[in-house]
Design a protein around this ligand. Structure first.
Ligand SMILES: Cc1cc2nc3c(=O)[nH]c(=O)nc-3n(C[C@H](O)[C@H](O)[C@H](O)COP(=O)(O)OP(=O)(O)OC[C@H]3O[C@@H](n4cnc5c(N)ncnc54)[C@H](O)[C@@H]3O)c2cc1C
Length: 347
């Protein structure tokens, strides 16, 4: 492999039912930053059937080029034809970096593609930078420049590892949704659109879709919430979450929770914040009866304002909180709700 031939930052622009997933735009945003550091361009790879119209949206969020792989075989996501599409794009266009969202689709697709094109993949990254590798010079070992440094939690979240892929290209990573930020939308921005179809054999499939059953959820997506009222084991019971529902209602917020709450069966997994839950970035995050374990903090530390309520003044959550209230949540939360209700009624 001549790694000098590989140029540019490519991102997989995931779409479902001809709608771009949020992660597609987040990756374009991050890809743009990385491309700037490397003095190159960001290219979005759009795969599906009848999806060319989505190229403009990718351009408005910062894509310089969009490669469209459009084929009836790609209408619904299936591992085999999608892996063939991406591996063919990589073999043809030779990017130096290829990013995929760590969604259900991306977690299936990314490793399959990386194995097929014989490169490495770092899964579930929370940070990506361009830099030197080894990060600190090692005598007798060449320090390479302009490498993709891929950072992710390791050993159950107890340490943070930075990983590079110096000898193979592209450098591949899956990235957690909600961690990177979309770029500012520039209405009317245009990208160069390149249509590419490597050819698909209709019967070359291991999976046949018989029926698609969509789950209907009446739970708000906590990743979209501007205000999150999050509860932990300290709330005490499923019923006692009523205190948090009331506070969320007054603020126009959404209730979320820690893993301890999901494990106790008090709330569904969809509401879990953290390393094995969702990464959130609201304007205001209330951490109520949450101790602040590293795996929880990993999912909420980027919130603009963090307000912690905990009866233990030494709880680690106070280390990341902007405001802290030490005391019994059963007294503080209803008092806060009443006070806010009165304040808002006077406006
Ligand atoms: C691989 C791995 C992945 C994980 N992923 C996640 C994840 O995604 N998300 C996550 O949340 N956790 C995750 N965890 C679990 C994590 O380590 C913690 O166990 C969990 O976050 C603890 O939840 P908690 O803060 O609600 O409970 P606790 O740690 O039990 O804390 C409860 C807090 O409530 C306070 N409290 C109790 N009563 C009151 C009261 N009346 N008033 C005020 N405060 C009170 C206590 O002082 C305490 O600080 C993971 C763990 C591992 C090993």
């Amino acid at each position: 492999m001549n790694i000098q031939e590989y140029k540019g930052v490519f991102v997989f622009a995931q779409q479902v039912d001809n709608e771009l997933s949020g992660i597609a735009l987040e990756l374009v945003g991050k890809g743009k930053d990385l491309a700037k550091d490397l003095g190159t361009e960001v290219t979005a790879v759009l795969v599906g059937s009848g999806i060319k119209g989505l190229a403009d949206e990718l351009a408005e969020y910062g894509a310089d080029k969009v490669i469209v792989v459009d084929d009836p075989e790609l209408k619904e996501y299936r591992t085999e034809p999608y892996a063939h599409a991406l591996a063919s794009v990589i073999n043809e266009f030779k990017p130096e970096i290829f990013l995929v969202g760590a969604t259900a689709i991306g977690r299936d697709l990314g490793p399959r593609v990386s194995a097929r094109i014989h490169t490495g993949l770092t899964a579930d990254c929370t940070q990506l930078d361009i830099g030197d590798f080894p990060i600190n010079p090692i005598p007798g070992k060449e320090q390479l420049h302009n490498q993709l440094l891929m950072t992710r939690p390791a050993f159950g979240g107890n340490t943070i590892a930075t990983i590079a892929c110096p000898n193979f290209r592209p450098q591949m990573a899956t990235v957690r949704p909600g961690v990177m930020q979309k770029a500012e939308r520039v209405p009317g921005a245009k990208a160069e659109v390149i249509e590419f179809n490597p050819g698909f054999t209709p019967d070359n499939k291991y999976v046949e879709i018989l029926k698609i059953v969509k789950s209907v959820s009446d739970v708000a997506d906590i990743m979209d919430a501007k205000i999150l009222v999050s509860g932990g084991r300290g709330v005490g019971s499923a019923e006692n979450f009523k205190l948090l529902d009331d506070l969320a209602e007054v603020l126009g917020g959404t209730v979320s929770c820690s893993r301890a709450v999901v494990d106790a069966g008090w709330k569904p997994k969809d509401l879990q914040v953290g390393q094995t839950g969702k990464t959130v970035r609201p304007n205001v995050y209330f951490a109520i009866g949450i101790s602040g374990a590293i795996q929880h903090v990993a999912g909420m530390e980027e919130s603009d304002i963090i307000i912690a309520i905990n009866k233990d003044e030494s709880a680690p959550i106070f280390d990341v909180a902007d405001y802290g209230i030490v005391g019994d949540l059963n007294k503080i939360v209803p008092a806060l709700t009443e006070k806010l209700k009165a304040e808002l009624a006077n406006k």
